[in-house]
Design a protein around this ligand. Structure first.
Ligand SMILES: Cc1ncc(COP(=O)(O)O)c(C=O)c1O
Length: 393
C-alpha cells in the first residue's frame, strides 16, 4: 500500500496531453466525460431524494476520483479496507466510513491513528461493527488516542454476510458503544449486497422492501430504548432507487455507477434510476489474426472475470465482436455473426476497447488509471492516476 504518490514512470508521464492512440496496451482507461456524466446523474438523484451520497471508494481506490466525487456533492467516501481508508486520507479526503468489520489489533491501531489524524484536521472517521468483541477491541485501540470514532452497527438485511441479526441484539450493541467515551453511536450500516445483481427490477425491489422492513424494525427498537439511530447508510448501484423509495435510509453508498461494468449492464434497466454509461475500458491491441478469429493482448491479468468476460465496445466502423477466454495475456475475438464464409474481423494492430465484467477487481489489477478527455475514440490523455490502495492491507 502506498500513501504517497510515487513519481510516474517516464513513459506514463509523457502520455499526458497525447492522443488516445498513444496509450500502449493493455491499459486501464477511464473516459472522464462519461464518468462525470454518471457522477452528475447520481448527485442529482441523491439531491432530489434528499439523501446523503457517500460513494464507495473500494471501486476506484484512487483519491483523485474521490476528490471529484466530493467536489460534485458527495459528503465523503466509504472504504472497505484500512489501506483504502489510509489512501483516501492521505489524498485529502476528510470524511471516511470503513464499511467493514476490523478485528486485528494491527489494523485497529491504524484505524485509531487515522481517527486521530482526521479529527485533527476537522474530519471524521467512522467504522462498522457487528459484535461485542469488535466494539471492545475498537475501544481498546482508541485508547491510543484522544480521538472519537463514529461507529455504525452493521445489520444483516438479507445478504447473509456480515451484520448482526436485526433484533434486540442491536440495542445491546448500541448500549455498549454508548458506554465508551471514545466511541460514538452513529447509526446503522444496512447493505444488501445480494440484491445488487438480481437481474429483474422486481427481484431487486422485493429484496430491498424486505431489507427496509428489517431496518424499520430495528429503528423502532432503538427508539423504544431511547437510542435512536442518527443515520442509516447502505445501498449499491443496483438498488439505490429502492432504498430511496423506502424512506428507511438517509445515506447511499454506491460505487460502481461511476465506471459501470458489463455485469451491471446485464441488469434489467430500472426506470426509477438514472442511466449510467460505461466509463472504464481496457484498451487492447490485436496481435494475431487467423481466418476465423483475432487475438488481442488483454487476458485475465488485465480484467477480472468473476462476473463474466468483458464485452467488446462497439465503435463506428468496427465489426461487432465477442470476447472469448484466451488465458492470462490473451483474448480471443470472434465475429458476433460467425456464420459467414469470410468473417469480418479486425486487422493486425487494431485497437479493441473492452468493457470489463466487474469494475472493482479489474481496477485492483492495475497500477494506474489512464484518464482520457473527449472520448475513447479520438480523445487525449488528461492524467495518469495511481491506484493508490491496491492490494489487501
Ligand atoms: C458495503 C458496501 N457498500 C457499497 C458497495 C457498493 O456497491 P456497488 O459497487 O455495487 O455500487 C459495496 C460493494 O460491494 C459494499 O460492499
Amino acid at each position: 500500500m502506498k500513501t504517497q504518490a510515487e513519481p510516474l514512470p517516464d513513459h506514463l508521464r509523457a502520455l499526458v496531453g497525447q492522443g488516445v492512440d498513444q496509450i500502449d496496451t493493455p491499459a486501464l482507461v477511464v473516459d472522464l466525460d462519461a464518468a462525470n456524466r454518471n457522477l452528475q446523474r447520481m448527485v442529482e438523484f441523491a439531491e432530489k431524494h434528499r439523501l446523503r451520497l457517500r460513494p464507495h471508494a473500494k471501486m476506484h481506490k484512487a483519491p483523485l476520483m474521490a476528490r471529484l466525487q466530493l467536489q460534485a456533492g458527495a459528503v465523503g467516501v466509504c472504504a472497505q479496507t484500512v489501506a483504502e481508508a489510509e489512501a483516501m486520507g492521505a489524498g485529502g479526503i476528510n470524511d471516511i466510513f470503513i464499511s467493514n468489520e476490523m478485528l486485528s489489533v494491527a489494523k485497529l491501531r491504524r484505524v485509531a491513528a487515522m481517527a486521530h489524524q482526521l479529527q485533527v484536521r476537522g474530519g471524521q472517521l467512522a467504522i462498522a461493527v457487528d459484535s461485542a468483541e469488535g466494539v471492545e477491541r475498537l475501544a481498546q485501540a482508541m485508547q491510543l488516542t484522544n480521538a472519537v470514532i463514529d461507529v455504525f452497527i452493521e445489520i444483516d438485511v438479507g445478504q447473509g454476510r456480515c451484520g448482526v441479526a436485526p433484533d434486540e441484539r442491536v440495542v445491546t450493541l448500541a448500549r455498549q458503544i454508548a458506554g465508551r467515551t471514545s466511541l460514538r453511536f452513529a447509526g446503522l450500516h444496512a447493505y444488501q449486497g445480494g440484491a445488487q445483481h438480481l437481474r429483474t427490477v422486481a427481484e431487486r425491489q422485493a429484496a430491498i422492501v424486505a431489507a427496509a422492513a428489517k431496518v424499520k424494525d430495528v429503528r423502532r427498537l432503538l427508539e423504544a430504548a431511547e437510542m435512536p439511530a442518527p443515520l442509516v447508510t447502505g445501498a449499491g448501484t443496483g438498488t439505490f432507487a429502492h432504498e430511496a423509495a423506502s424512506g428507511a435510509w438517509n445515506e447511499i453508498q454506491p460505487g460502481s455507477f461511476l465506471f459501470m461494468d458489463a455485469d451491471y449492464q446485464r441488469n434489467e434497466r430500472d426506470p426509477a434510476q438514472p442511466q449510467f454509461e460505461p466509463a472504464l475500458f481496457v484498451k487492447s491491441q490485436v496481435i494475431s489474426v487467423s481466418e476465423r478469429h483475432a487475438v488481442c493482448d488483454a487476458g485475465h491479468k488485465s480484467h477480472a472475470i468473476d462476473s463474466g468476460l468483458p464485452e467488446v465496445q462497439a465503435l463506428p466502423g468496427q465489426p461487432p465482436l465477442r470476447f472469448a477466454n484466451g488465458g492470462d495475456e490473451h483474448g480471443v475475438l470472434h465475429p458476433l455473426d460467425d456464420g459467414g464464409e469470410l468473417p469480418n474481423l479486425p486487422t493486425l494492430g487494431d485497437t479493441v476497447w473492452l468493457v470489463p465484467g466487474h469494475c472493482d477487481p479489474t481496477v485492483n489489477l492495475h497500477n494506474h488509471l489512464v484518464v482520457v478527455r473527449d472520448g475513447i475514440a479520438a480523445g487525449r490523455v488528461e492524467a495518469v492516476v495511481p491506484v493508490m490502495a491496491r492490494g489487501f492491507w
